[in-house]
Design a protein around this ligand. Structure first.
Ligand code: SF4
Length: 284
């Protein structure tokens, strides 16, 4: 146990609230706590899902800035100091909904992607969808329109959903599913989002998924698979198999932009097979 004199002591009541808040975010898989607003009435979550995931070791709690130090009492009663730069984001309220997440997000600049984007691309589709597709991040067309998967890759995704469902006799079309990305702002030059950007923006994705609670999730591409599953293997090996994010089955498959490359005909066929498997699992 660290010496008490080495800790920056905060009032006990603040420590207790922070402890619960941090445990909650650990359970969601969020390791980096960032800026936001704490409503005066926000209290501990009583969500039953809270019990389902193993706690993240204290050593993995990270902080990006050092404006404020707070002591936190862990489950085994150890006191550890952590650094936060401003009030932590609110815990998931029991009555959380997509609109509330949008409101909490506001004109977000929690990560550097907020500086260069035109529009936040939150997500679109059926808010009660049984199936959610998660991509990597918005591209130029999405950034301009504020909607996910509207460029060439998006058109291919629409075709894949609509045509596969039609072929398999399932009455599903793109508007029936929900589509979003790991990061909600376009990375400059369409680069891959950095780990800290995915962590920071991940709080919104995880809340989206918990609100929608689909029967299955398709992770489009290696970045989405990594964000949801922390996979060590590449997408080529991981695709076509079921994993789980919390208690929701997740199928990783190729990102549609990868399929647009002319030399990836095999990948296209494999991706169609993955989609077929998912559609039957969800809608049969
Ligand atoms: S990517 Fe996410 S966390 Fe970063 S600025 Fe945009 S909405 Fe905020």
């Amino acid at each position: 146990m660290p010496e008490a004199s080495n800790l920056v002591m905060a009032p006990r009541i603040e420590s207790e609230a922070l402890k619960r808040r941090i445990e909650f975010y650990r359970d969601l898989g969020i390791k980096t706590l960032w800026t936001g607003h704490i409503p005066a009435d926000s209290g501990p979550s009583s969500s039953p899902q809270k019990q389902e995931t193993a706690p993240i070791p204290d050593s993995e709690i990270q902080s990006d800035v050092s404006a404020k130090a707070i002591d936190v009492v862990t489950q085994d009663q150890r006191i550890v100091p952590i650094q936060v730069n401003s009030p932590l984001p609110p815990m998931l309220p029991e009555d959380d909904n997509l609109q509330r997440i949008v409101q909490d997000m506001g004109d977000c600049t929690r990560c550097r992607l907020g500086r260069t984007r035109q529009r936040i691309v939150f997500g679109s589709g059926n808010p009660e969808a049984l199936l959610v597709f998660v991509g990597e991040g918005p591209g130029a067309d999405e950034d301009e329109q504020g909607l996910p998967f509207v460029g060439r890759a998006g058109q291919l995704l629409t075709q894949m959903i609509d045509n596969t469902a039609a072929k398999e006799g399932l009455p599903i079309r793109r508007p029936d599913v929900y589509i979003c990305n790991v990061v909600k702002c376009r990375p400059p030059d369409n680069r891959t989002p950095e780990a800290d950007e995915m962590e920071i923006c991940g709080q919104f994705l995880f809340r989206q998924l918990m609100v929608i609670r689909p029967k299955a999730i398709v992770a489009l591409g290696g970045t989405a698979a990594k964000a949801l599953l922390d996979l060590k293997t590449g997408i080529t090996k991981a695709r076509g198999q079921w994993y789980k994010w919390r208690d929701i089955p997740v199928m990783p498959t190729y990102h549609p932009s990868y399929l647009l490359r002319p030399y990836n005909q095999n990948a296209k066929r494999e991706c169609w097979e993955d989609l077929k498997k998912v559609l039957h699992f969800v809608y049969d």
